[in-house]
Design a protein. Structure first.
Lengths: 223, 223
DNA sequence: TAGATTGTTAATCGATTAACAATC
DNA sequence: TAGATTGTTAATCGATTAACAATC
């Protein structure tokens, strides 16, 4: 459900004011971050919006506009310093907060997420796993022990967990979300294909894996 | 890269013409399908756009507009017949083609996808798994044997596979995509976080799991 | 019939792309 | 300096929401 951000028509010209950033822009930031990291790995020092655009399949003006909404990171006539821009984009995304995350539901998907190395490389700390199955509780996945979901609230507080990742079957997902909210997490990343409801103060991102496959079916049906 | 569909300004009024359907509309169709199935399970015969909207968090006029772009499925003053609409939406999505799918890369994520029951319930047939690791080749995941990736082209043709699901490490993903294209698949569902390139005749949907977590970080950093 | 709800056109809103002055 | 490239405003494009006639 799109949260309507009140829009400011009369914003002053050059003050350090927080303009409203579009969701589309925010969704592109992680892609800029990754591409900058790859460029860094290639030893590139300076990159233009045109080159970034070529690598990502975006128009250069879109990239410039996205970045400019957070500050003036480039040098006219030159481009962007890769290291500096990467650090800035990472900081905008809050990756340097090194959030503590937990996964709830250690089935096939939960276990795969627990082993996903990209989260580590983005700076997230996997600090807890939870399941309800006595056969799974006590096991270790990627060096983290699976805890009884009964202990969720206690451990979320103890380990200062800010983000909960829900990978339980649909029927239990809303209940787990409610528990996470009560335990005090600030964000939920949900993989259950349901319309999840959380208080407006909690940030929710839902992944729906069956959308992609279904839309693929739609397209190949028509070709 | 958005494929520009030539737009028809001068479309005739009431003929069975295929108007251009927006990507946003297509992405919502799988959600309609799922919600209709749930309503069906609840024994509901007739549903209004308002009720569908409440269940999904969409405006009813958006749902009516989406559906109306494919035909007149509702009854004025009454609503939509759940069974009939679900059948129609499923057919629009091409789910009744029961596409044959294969997963390439049977690591944690690939194995999780191989076990994902929602694909089965959407009518997809998982008919092949591929890996490159001799320790994985020959194993059975969800009743399907893992084949040597060397045999990809042969098996894709033999088993009439239309959709390839890529779950290999980023470094190998483009190469696998190229092989799938050569083998004759019509669509690729990619989980590697790269900018994948395929011919314009091949449909590509990429899932990028780190976007969701990064944008969550963005939002909780700012609250 | 009266009330309800669709299908569709018009109005609004938001996001992308184009253009160009500023400046390195 | 001349050439290149940013940052930003304006124009365009596309998607959502509002309004309402049609009709069950």
């Amino acid at each position: 459900m799109p949260v309507k951000t009140p829009k400011r028509r009369t914003r002053s010209k050059q003050s350090a004011d927080k303009a409203v950033i579009s969701k589309a822009t925010i969704d592109r930031l992680p892609l800029y971050f990754r591409t900058l990291r790859l460029a860094q790995d290639e030893g590139i020092d300076i990159i233009s919006s045109e080159d970034l655009g070529r690598r990502l399949g975006f128009m250069p003006e879109q990239i410039r506009k996205d970045l400019a909404s957070f500050g003036q990171f480039g040098k006219k006539g030159v481009g962007y310093y890769v290291n500096e821009l990467k650090r800035n984009v990472g900081s905008i995304l809050g990756l340097d907060n090194h959030w503590n995350i937990a996964i709830i539901g250690i089935g096939h998907l939960g276990a795969a997420l627990a082993n996903y190395q990209n989260f580590v490389s983005l700076g997230f700390n996997l600090v807890a796993l939870f399941d309800q199955d006595p056969n799974v509780i006590g096991q270790t996945v990627n060096h983290v022990k699976v805890e009884d979901i009964q202990r969720l609230k206690k451990i979320v507080k103890e380990r200062n967990i800010q983000i909960g990742i829900i990978a339980v079957p649909s029927a239990f997902a809303q209940g787990v979300a409610d528990q996470l909210v009560e335990a005090g997490v600030r964000g939920i990343w949900n993989f259950a294909p349901i319309k999840m409801r959380v208080p407006s103060s909690i940030h929710l991102v839902s992944e729906d894996l069956s959308i992609g496959l279904s839309t693929l079916s739609y397209h190949i049906t028509r070709m």
